[in-house]
Structures are given as C-alpha cells and as structure tokens.
Design a protein around this ligand. Sequence first.
Ligand code: CTP
Ligand code: MG
Length: 224
Amino acid sequence: MPRTALILVAAGKGERAGGDIPKQYRLLSGKPLLHHTLFNLQKAYNFDVFCVVIRPDDKNIRSVLADLCLDAKIITGGQTRTESVRNGLRALENSKVDHVYIHDAARPFVSRKLLSGLAKALLSSPAAAPVLPISDALKTLSGEAVDREGLRRVQTPQAFHYSEILQAFNALPTDESRADDIAVAQEKGLAITLTQGDERNFKLTYPADFAKAEQMMQTDSYIA
Ligand code: CTP
Ligand code: MG
C-alpha cells in the first residue's frame, strides 16, 4: 500500500463568504466547517499523515484537532492558495510519503467513492483530479457559443505522486500562483487522469452556500 498524506488548505480569508471570521471556522450544525471536512476525510480514507495549513493568526486549530482526536501537522499558509499548498508539500519532505491528496477546507462533503477513484487513478498516473460536466450552455462575453462537451469543472481533492508534485511546485516561481494544483502539475509535464467528481462535493464560497450545506447535513447521511 502506498503511504498517503492529506494536505488540507485552510489558510484563506473567506472574503466572498462574508461574516466576521474566516469561513473555515463558520459553524455548521454547531461545529466549524473545518471540523466537518476533517471528520469526513478521516472516515472516508485511511490517510497515514494529515497536514492542515492554517492562517498565521489561527487560534482554533488545536481545539478542532483535539475534538476529532486527530494528530496532524500544523503548517502556516501564505498569501495565495498556491503558496499555502507549497508550504504543506514542503512540510512533508521527511514523512516518507508516496501519494498526497490536496483538499480545500471549504469542501466538507468529500466521499469515499471520490477518494477511491483518485487512489485507483494514481496506480497508473502521477496526477488525478475529480471533474464534473457542465450542464448550462456556455457563451463568451461577446455572446459566441462555446462547446461545453470538451470542458469540465474541477474539484478537490487533487491527488499526486508526492515527489513529482513537490518538484512541480518547487519549479514554479515563488511569486506566482495558479488556479489549482493540477495546473502546476501540467506545467511540469505530468499526465493528469480525470476521475468522477461529485455534485455534493461543492466548495462553500458565498453566504448562501452555508444554508445549503446546513440543509444537506440535516437531511442526508453524507458519507458515501
Ligand atoms: N486557501 C489557503 N490559503 C490561501 C487562500 C486560500 O489555504 N492563501 C484555502 C482556503 O482556506 C480554502 C481553499 O484554499 O479552503 C479554497 O479557496 P477559496 O474557496 O477561494 O477560499 P478563500 O480564499 O478563503 O475565500 P475567498 O477567495 O472568498 O477569500
Ligand atoms: Mg480564495
């Protein structure tokens, strides 16, 4: 079995979500969003190493980890998501990790099925990401139709052979950022395998997303 790490990036400000505190600490069913995400990851897959990337002013991470009885490395993030991921990757250099899964703290509804799809992809590919089709018609700003058949929405976790993704992040100029981690992998020439995403694995981004997530937690048993 490959030795596997999970990097959870939770060092953002959550500006689009509004509110007084970063969204990873907003309460859902009485617990911080971050708690739910870690709880589901813990249940859904047998990770050997957990690494949580947090804001420098984070005062709450230890109590979240204690509540979950979870032993995790705590690493400080950066100004961009790319920088936060890089810090997490570098913190695992002595952990003898074969595979690494990089996930947004803001996606609590990660499922066992999605993670096993990624694990299977990593048997034959250095990089994998879950994707979903687009159902709406697409247009450019000038109104021209865009063919959606060849386009996909990408989620996290995105999963990699550790040494390859570390090299890819190390090759990226320090002050540059990318939309996601497969973008960094692709620049380094790594082949990406696309796996089945999950509509429930959405990213809480705007205030209304919290009401939707609360509803999902009330009505579903949300681990697949
Ligand atoms: N993230 C991070 N470090 C950053 C920026 C983002 O670790 N410098 C994390 C966030 O905490 C989040 C994930 O990356 O879990 C996805 O980013 P996003 O949804 O954009 O979260 P925020 O950047 O916090 O939100 P916003 O862009 O609305 O400020
Ligand atoms: Mg952001």
